[in-house]
Design a protein around this ligand. Structure first.
Ligand SMILES: Nc1ncnc2c1ncn2[C@@H]1O[C@H](COP(=O)(O)OP(=O)(O)OP(=O)(O)O)[C@@H](O)[C@H]1O
Ligand SMILES: [Mg+2]
Length: 366
């Protein structure tokens, strides 16, 4: 067996509790084959010994019959190791266990929608969650979450986050008003943002989700440097041009030692569903044959852009593709009505994708 074949074998091993394999999670760091001996280096950032042991056993089982000896080295560093806080990091986040940034190279890829849905999903799982909209140019949380109030102040002149859907929420939009276009220049924005961050009384939180402004310029860099973050997640659409931006984003986070937890591909394909005569065997959409069920209902996924871009890019960067969210009318309408899909009592298929993403995030940072 060569390295590639071993890797193929390891792709059949799922990380315990996940529907996703240890290779795509980026846990397999190296494979060294010498004569009939194989050494596999695996990095599992989780502190859960049981899960580690389960992975070791599975790797042994998978490779034992192909080699005379199988050696497995397990490390537990990187991805989730919180970066050392810069000396000047605001110390108000003492009571916040993890800060996670949702970033994107390009605007309009669905970052705020992802951030809101993930935060709501985490709150739904019982986590103490905060959601901070740092998009000073185009704050969208007031609309996405249907909030039209102004925050109160504490006696110490700190902003009290608004509460909705079981989480604490703060946005520039709460202060500047939904319709006020804010046109400020870079350095001022960085300073404002830092101050804004410091002036919010978050109390105790398990996870604070940051919705960063789009792009990977100075503002994002300063923010990432100033706030100590557990990790970042990059949202992208499947086109090449957006993927090139993922690389830029990854480079930026590497520069400031913030671990990249994963990539989310948004607007990944379009789900069409409807009804037809169950006997109709000729229905085709964009060359794809549609097969209705016994009642004549059908649902197919069309790739509007090139396929597999998110996978390739996340593999290249060595970080997991946390999920692919299709284009869906339900996302748009739920956002417009201020009730993200993951706040709905019964989750639709897309709500379930967001929940699966948030579970992976918890596992990665745990
Ligand atoms: N998967 C999706 N399917 C359909 N519509 C979507 C999807 N994701 C996001 N949208 C819609 O696309 C628009 C842009 O999304 P969003 O505001 O989340 O992007 P953004 O990356 O935060 O933008 P900006 O860079 O301006 O902050 C919104 O109207 C949102 O409802
Ligand atoms: Mg946004």
């Amino acid at each position: 067996m060569n390295k590639e074949q071993v890797l193929e074998k390891l792709k059949s091993i799922n990380y315990p509790g996940f529907n996703r394999d240890i290779v795509s999670f980026g846990m397999v760091k190296d494979i060294v084959i010498k004569d009939n001996h194989v050494n596999v280096k695996i990095n599992i950032s989780s502190q859960n010994e049981e899960k580690k042991q389960a992975v070791i056993n599975d790797v042994k089982k998978e490779l034992d019959s192909h080699f005379s000896s199988v050696e497995i080295d397990v490390t537990s560093q990187a991805a989730s190791t919180p970066s050392t806080p810069p000396a000047n990091a605001p110390n108000v986040v003492n009571n916040v266990d993890h800060i996670i940034a949702i970033a994107s190279g390009k605007g309009g890829v669905g970052k705020s929608t992802v951030a809101a849905n993930i935060a709501c999903a985490l709150a739904r799982e019982g986590k103490k969650v905060g959601l901070l909209d740092l998009d000073i140019y185009g704050p969208s949380l007031p609309i996405t979450l249907g909030i039209n109030e102004q925050p109160q102040m504490t006696q110490e002149n700190k902003l009290i986050p608004l509460e909705k859907f079981g989480m604490k929420i703060m946005s520039f939009g709460f202060i500047s008003g939904n319709d006020t276009p804010v046109i400020w220049r870079g350095p001022l924005v960085s300073r404002m943002t830092e101050q804004f961050f410091r002036d919010v009384d978050w109390g105790e939180l398990d996870i604070l989700v940051l919705d960063l402004p789009p792009g990977t310029g100075d503002i994002q860099l300063t923010l990432t440097q100033k706030l100590r973050m557990t990790g970042a997640i990059i949202v992208t659409t499947p086109q090449d041009i957006a993927l090139a931006d993922v690389r830029k984003g990854a480079d930026m986070f590497r520069k400031v030692n913030t671990p990249l937890l994963g990539v989310i591909e948004n607007m990944s394909g379009l789900i069409l569903s409807g009804n037809t005569d169950p006997d109709n065997s000729k229905l085709e959409i964009n060359g794809q044959k549609v097969e209705p069920d016994n009642n004549g209902s059908f649902s197919i996924s069309l790739d509007l852009f090139k396929k597999g871009g998110g996978e390739k890019e996340s593999e290249r960067l060595g970080v997991p593709l946390l999920g692919k969210v299709p284009i869906s009318e339900s996302i748009m309408s739920s956002t417009d009505s201020g009730t993200p899909l993951t706040t709905h009592e019964s989750l639709n298929d897309i709500g379930k994708i967001y929940v699966s993403i948030s579970k992976q995030i918890v596992s990665l940072i745990e």
